[in-house]
Design a protein around this ligand. Structure first.
Ligand code: M6R
Length: 585
């Protein structure tokens, strides 16, 4: 969601804050702002839009400051609602949502206080200013005891040369080196900045200043060990151009690296015994990661014959799920910080399931709460639309399926999926020619059966996310039960056909679409289907097993969304209204 940064040290803070915010922009880009103290004087700049709008702040004097890039929750995206929020002597940035903000605001208004913004965050500055008696740390803690919801805060005040931070359900990391201290929402924002990095846990406080001091929720000083092997590396896709395009180019490497490391990950995870006793699998995830979970359900049920339930995490957490003995819960997340996934995973664990996290960020909250962890090796993903992380998740899930099969006395061997993905990337260039037609369409439909249905869902999500075209992913056989009514002259319908057993059945739906003047774009592994007269355009995928095909078949659909977004004049890396990491409910 929002991204926060802070710096205190011997250098000018502004360029460091701006660089950190640039790296955090994927968490939100509705507005941005920085605040820097110099000899007790506050420099403040807030702008609507991306961090670029703050470039004139670069020359601000001062070596103590905080910054923020926003994804709007309370209040429209505007300079007025941008952080940092200042009230009296208090300056703060916040990531999260304060659920009792309205009650607290009424309380402040009753005291005669005036608000400068419509945000839930500003109320925190008011609370802190109200209780401040010369110790910022104590004032922050006292105020936090009034807050309900999620927050990561970085707070400064005129009277003290330090930054006080706290974390409650929203991520926060700090780092130090050579008398310089940094705080940020995630480690990549601190890339190359400091040797020692620490991840705050819920309820912990830290004061950055003369010394870096950590405190528990009662403000007792605590020792924290630096993260092992977690130096903030710069692993975002290198090169020029859109991140999304570069990240798609990294799909084969992400899959290969995940596969190479899998055995080591598996041995370290302690899963071996757990898989032997697993009778049910409960998969929990959001968005693209949920689609990866659906793909795994088809693979596990077909190859291992044990029941798999896949739930959208935001539903699971409130549905009082029935978790049977012998359940292995699998939480899938690129960031490991998605609030709904974390809450659902915690619930599954509390209900007695063994919790496995499949996650791309080692020091994430999800990897900390899980009993077993399997890492994906996609590297940092910056574009809001998930691409390489999805393929890497599938790789890990299919390898897990292989292990499950073995644990249940079955044999299964995966085809060379990374190689097929590499070939699919090359062939997918052809869909660039489809983009004009999609860009001009009113809506689009994606269909498939079995694993192809999962691919269709993910293709549809990609398209709507970055092109803003209404789009539906649908089971091919279900089309005739209602959705066929949407097909009009030239409606583009992407049909995914990789499973031999059901290929002809899906082609029935293709014929039904063509008979109603829809335009069929076929993505298939079967050359003969491309020649059918009802097919308007086609892309031939490299041959691989239909069961595991989503890792390969999704690639042309990711590319289609990318090129269509460009044709519609959108920035594919920063779709409107969205953010990469959804750390609020
Ligand atoms: O970090 P996570 O994998 O938990 O994120 C889950 C979803 O928010 C994410 O996959 C989202 O749907 C993507 N923007 C889709 O491209």
């Amino acid at each position: 969601m929002c991204g926060i940064v802070g710096y205190i040290g011997k250098r000018q803070a502004a360029p460091i804050l701006l660089e950190g915010l640039k790296r955090l922009e994927y968490r939100g880009y509705d507005s941005a702002g920085i605040a820097v103290f110099h000899a007790g004087e506050l420099f403040l700049m807030k702008r609507k839009g991306s961090v670029r709008a703050l470039s004139r702040a670069k020359g601000a004097e001062g070596s103590l400051g905080i910054g923020h890039t926003r994804w709007a929750t309370h209040g429209a995206p505007s300079a007025r609602n941008a952080h940092p929020h200042v009230y009296r002597n208090i300056v703060l940035v916040h990531n999260g949502i304060i659920e009792n903000a309205e009650d607290l605001r009424r309380e402040c208004l009753a005291r005669g206080e005036r608000f400068a913004s419509e945000t839930d965050s500003e109320v925190i500055a008011h609370l802190i200013a109200h209780v401040y008696r010369g110790d910022l740390l104590c004032a922050v803690r006292e105020s936090c005891s009034r807050l309900e919801g999620a927050y990561a805060l970085a707070v400064m005040c005129k009277e003290e040369e330090r930054i006080v931070c706290v974390r409650q359900k929203s991520p926060l990391v700090v780092a130090e080196e050579d008398g310089e201290q940094f705080v940020a929402s995630d480690l990549p924002a601190l890339a190359g900045k400091a040797e020692r990095a620490y991840v705050l846990c819920d309820g912990e406080y830290v004061s950055l200043g003369k010394a870096l001091t950590f405190y528990d929720s009662a403000l007792n000083p605590i020792e924290k060990a630096p993260e092992k092997g977690q130096q903030a590396q710069d692993s975002a896709a290198k090169g020029r151009g859109h991140f999304m395009l570069r990240e798609m180019a990294e799909i084969p490497a992400a899959m290969a690296k995940t596969a190479q490391n899998f055995e080591k990950e598996y041995q370290n995870s302690g899963l071996c015994e757990v898989l032997c006793h697993a009778e049910y699998i409960d998969i929990i995830a959001c968005g693209t990661a949920y689609h990866a979970g659906l793909c795994a359900k088809y693979a596990i049920e077909a190859a291992v014959r044990i029941p798999v339930r896949v739930s959208v995490a935001s539903e699971y957490r409130y549905m009082d799920p029935i978790v049977k003995r012998g359940t292995l819960a699998v939480a899938i997340s690129q960031s490991g910080e998605t609030a709904d996934t974390l809450a659902a995973a915690q619930l599954a664990k509390a209900k007695g399931a063994n919790l496995l996290a499949i996650v791309n960020v080692q020091s994430s909250s999800l990897s900390r709460i899980a009993e077993h962890v399997l890492m994906t090796y996609a590297g940092q993903e910056v574009a809001v639309a998930a691409t390489k992380s999805f393929n890497a998740q599938l790789m890990a899930l299919y390898l897990l399926t292989e292990k499950l099969a073995r644990a249940k006395g079955r044999t299964l061997s995966l085809p060379p999926l990374a190689k097929a993905a590499k070939e699919a990337l090359v062939r997918s260039e052809a869909v660039r020619a489809w983009a004009e037609r999609f860009a001009a369409a009113r809506d689009a439909i994606f269909i498939g059966r079995g694993a192809d249905y999962c691919t269709a869902l993910e293709g549809s999500l990609k398209l709507k996310e970055i092109t803003y075209l209404p789009s539906e992913g649908y089971p091919a056989g279900e089309l005739k039960h209602g959705t066929l009514a949407l097909i009009g002259e030239d409606t583009p319908v992407v049909a995914v056909v990789t499973e031999e057993g059901t290929a002809r059945k899906t082609m029935n739906a293709v014929h039904e679409v063509a008979a109603r003047s829809g335009k069929v774009f076929l993505v298939t592994m079967f050359a003969e289907l491309c020649k059918e007269k009802e097919v308007f355009a086609s892309l031939l995928l490299p041959k691989t097993s239909g069961l595991f095909s989503p890792a390969v078949a999704v690639i042309p659909l990711q590319k289609l969304a990318y090129h269509t977004a460009l044709a519609r004049g959108n920035d594919p890396d920063k779709p409107r209204n969205l953010a990469k990491s959804v750390t609020v409910e």
